[in-house]
Design a protein around this ligand. Sequence first.
Ligand code: 1HN
Length: 372
Amino acid sequence: MTPTESLVRIKSSDGPGQPVRTAELDALYHRFEDELLVPLWTEIGDLMPTQPSPAARAHLWRWATLLPLAARAGELVPVGRGGERRAIALANPGLGGAPYATPTLWAAIQYLCPGEDAPVHRHTQHAFRFVVEGEGVWTVVDGDPVAMRRGDFLLTPGWRFHGHHNVSDVPMAWLDGLDIPFVHHTGSAFFELGPDTVTERETPARSRSERLWAHPGLRPVSSAGERTTSSPIAAYRWEHTDRALADQLTLEDEGHPGVVEPGHAAVRFTNPTSGGDVMPTIRAEFHRLRPGATTAARREVGSSVFQVFTGEVSVRVGDAAWTAARGDLFVVPSWQPLTITTDSGADLFRFSDTPIFERLGQHRVRVEGGAR
Ligand code: 1HN
């Protein structure tokens, strides 16, 4: 291989700590390139930043832009075997055009027209749906039909067969979140098609999973002691989330603890078998801010995606700042300080890759005024 064909490019410079540039040094660097070798001394600044310096950028996608484009795809693009899903991914502008919202997380708007079926398959990537508006689709997870309605958070943990069908007479759009980039980078993906025809056409109000598992503080004794890596609850219903957030704020009014900070209630979706996150790679939370609330600037290792559920917010992520309203999605890259302010009051859904970093001992949080 000649040096110009080599995949490796060594950044030769006269900077601090660099050897004097000579013809002999250039020849050595060319030999390194030929042999696919890279010396640390030319790379140390990029490899070892003093604090996280993510490639991903803070970015906002507006629902008012996404929804009509998804609807247009609904007119032009059939959903079925092969393409599998009419899902349109957010591509972070810092990640070279890959369909990744962050280095670890996929986020997409998915759109299903009346009467359509998204075919059954399974994959090792963990997935969830969050519904910002609409209803009428049932997602069938390992044969259990689960209704999707506004405000619901629905799980499809890895390797469960799943398909979706819209039984209503209106289209429905929702947010998909998966750990696709993480699984892709680590070369750990498996995928398998399910049966071509969806046999499960029932539309029960409550899934079997919820009937068994979604009772506050109660688990079936038949499962006692069993700890599963993902939550067995297929759907976390808005009525429960809403009530938990409302109760935190009334407790605050009464002078009792519970909120994250003044005017900021938050809950995390959990796995009832472990008390931990719903899935091994994804954390999901709901945040409610009172009118006039401002959050303390907060940095965290790992990346997250927010979707505004109600209200209007002013968001600052590092140097980026936007106002955002219902359905709008924004990305917070690792270690970028985030502040949210609202005059109207607001509810926000958030998901992140935090469980990965917690388990690897790499997680750090810094809230304005000290580490936590
Ligand atoms: C998938 O199965 C879904 O089940 C959504 O709705 C997005 C993106 C890539 C691969 C599989 C779904 C997906 C996906």
